[in-house]
Design a protein around this ligand. Structure first.
Ligand code: ADP
Ligand code: CDP
Length: 531
């Protein structure tokens, strides 16, 4: 299970996350400590924190590790233990500037996913529920009023603990200064362009101004239990989820792995035991984590296994240029428009997008539109397309995941699951082939529901009309013409009204395709003559 705790400074995230990790035997991931460590490294090395490039270079090169000591968790950067150094007022004052740089965030998020990859994590920070683990089963946004938070921090600086001692006092002038710094940092964190501090749409808000730490922990443990009951852990005899190595997951893991584990994260009392778990073992073996290096002999599989934002720089640059060209050309030749596009763009979660299939323009529309809104889409493509190395090369850089049709291609299922869990969208055409006329027989391939279910991701229906007309049956000529798409609301497994994983997957197949065809029919009514 992944538990995401976000909130402003001094709201009790670390205290709460630490206690939950201890109580529920989860890995504790303190993401703020990572931004602090980078900030400390820059200050220590005399790097100007207002220099985006210089700071980003430090972050991209940094090796950040967590460890354990008698006092709790330790953090080191490039081999230096900086557990205490990262908590100074100087780091406090500079960390929000450092954490606002996009390349710093990209490097930290990749490392956080890597550290959390074996699953069973409680991670705390500012963007955990929105960006780092958007498919976390439990998301909490902790708040407390600013004066209470400043008081807690002032007491903490003086070696006390407001959580244990409600009457603890701190120096009033110091407290005022902390309050000013904290309000300034909250403002910077909430107003930055990249991953600002904000609650995820599905986060539970907990204002703990008047709650004890124990009460907060209990509330979250209750939410975890409710989530577990709702998710209905995979039962014996039903669809068995698979880990990265192809082994069925143990009942304790839940398929929420995002990428394989590497050593270095402090696990609360479960280190050795976990190393023996099949999922963790297999994950440790795989290479699918962290940024890929350019010209390092990357294979096609490396591309299928990595997040698109982890592709090497030349591949990302190529994709940006290709997306811009394809967008411009298709907009001129077949002016296309997506109705209700907000439903697609304004959701940070990894979603399984399902669509009717009429032409090669269909994936282009979705992939390009979402690309320019920061959302990466992985189309599932027939492996028959990959006839030559050149095609495989191009398709792998475009983010496609190949599937061997007519087989239970578990590799493709696991790759799609990993992509969804990372927060990427996966695009599937369940009709399997381009449908050129309404009397063409259609067989729906339902694997998409299983992939979504394993990643605990919703399914989003989309329909397209008009694209069929640009390549009429029997010709290769392309006609000009307008193309219309329409996005539907996400369908959640929990809203299907059926119990049991198998039944839910079957129902999802039906409901999702019904919605796709209902959207298509609406488009046909709105744009008479478009098929
Ligand atoms: N519910 C609470 N009531 C009172 N004090 C709290 C509460 N939760 C945390 N604290 C105290 O506030 C201080 C800051 O908490 P911390 O967990 O470090 O916050 P954050 O990680 O959000 O910055 C700590 O000394 C902690 O013991
Ligand atoms: N996920 C995260 C975590 C922290 N941060 C940044 O790192 C700073 C320090 O985070 P922290 O969690 O250690 O801060 P406190 O809440 O403990 O004071 C924050 O003010 C943010 O600027 C972030 O941008 N994203």
């Amino acid at each position: 299970m992944i538990v995401a705790i976000d909130g402003p400074a001094g709201s009790g995230k670390s205290t709460t996350a630490h206690a939950i990790a201890d109580r529920c035997n989860l890995t504790f991931l303190d993401t703020g400590a990572m931004y602090r460590a980078v900030t400390w490294r820059c200050l220590d090395a005399g790097v100007d924190v207002s220099d985006d490039d210089a700071v980003s270079a430090v972050a991209e090169r940094a090796r950040i590790e967590f460890g354990k000591s008698a006092d709790g968790q330790t953090v080191s950067i490039d081999g230096r233990d900086v557990t205490r150094q990262i908590r100074t007022p100087e780091v406090d004052r500079n960390v929000s500037v450092v954490s606002a740089y996009p390349r710093v965030r990209e490097a930290m998020v990749a490392r956080q996913r890597e550290l959390g990859s074996a699953g069973d994590v409680v991670a705390e920070g500012r963007d955990i529920g929105t960006v780092v683990f958007p498919n976390a089963e439990v998301k909490v946004f902790l708040t407390a009023d600013a004066a209470a938070r400043a008081h807690r921090r002032a007491v903490q600086r003086e070696g006390g603990d407001a959580g244990c001692d409600a009457g603890a006092k701190a120096d009033a002038a110091e407290e005022q200064q902390i309050l000013r710094d904290l309000v300034r940092r909250d403002k910077l964190d909430s107003s930055r362009k990249e991953s600002p501090l904000k609650p995820a749409a599905d986060a539970h808000m907990i204002d703990n101004s008047a709650l004890t730490p124990e009460q907060v922990v209990q509330q979250i443990v209750d939410l975890m239990e409710a989530a577990r009951a709702k998710g209905g852990a995979a039962k014996a005899g039903e669809v068995a989820p698979f880990d990265k190595g192809g082994e069925p997951l143990s009942p304790k893991t839940d398929g929420n792995e995002v990428a394989p584990a590497k050593a270095g994260v402090a696990k609360n009392g479960a280190g050795e035991k976990d190393a023996g778990r099949p999922a963790a073992k297999a994950a440790a073996k795989s290479k699918a984590a962290g940024r890929m290096r350019a010209f390092a002999g990357n294979t096609f599989d490396d591309y299928y296994d990595h997040g698109m934002k982890e592709f090497p720089l030349p591949a990302r640059a190529l994709l940006a240029v290709a997306a811009a060209i394809v967008w411009a050309v298709t907009k001129v030749l077949w002016p296309w428009k997506i109705e209700d596009v907000r439903l697609l763009r304004d959701d940070a979660r990894g979603r399984m997008i399902v669509m009717n299939h009429t032409s090669m323009l269909d994936p282009v529309v979705i992939v390009c539109d979402l690309y320019f809104h920061g959302i990466r889409v992985r189309p599932i493509s027939k492996s028959e397309f990959n006839k030559t190395n050149l095609v495989s090369w191009l398709f792998s850089r475009a983010g496609t995941i190949p599937v061997k049709r007519g087989t239970a291609d578990l590799k493709a299922v696991r790759r799609a699951q990993a992509a969804l869990t990372r927060g990427e969208c996966v695009l599937v055409f369940p009709e399997g082939t381009r449908i050129k006329s309404d009397d063409q027989p259609v067989t729906i391939h339902g694997g998409f529901a299983l992939m979504a279910q394993m990643a605990k991701a919703p399914v989003q229906p989309v329909a397209i009309v008009g694209a069929r007309d640009i390549t009429p049956k029997g010709t290769h000529w392309k006609r000009f013409g307008r193309v219309f798409c329409k996005a539907g609301a996400c369908i959640e497994f929990s809203d299907l009204g059926v119990r049991g994983r198998k039944q839910q997957a079957l129902r999802m197949e039906e409901v999702a395709m019904e919605r796709v065809y209902a959207l298509r029919d609406e488009l046909r009514r709105e744009h008479p003559g478009k098929m």
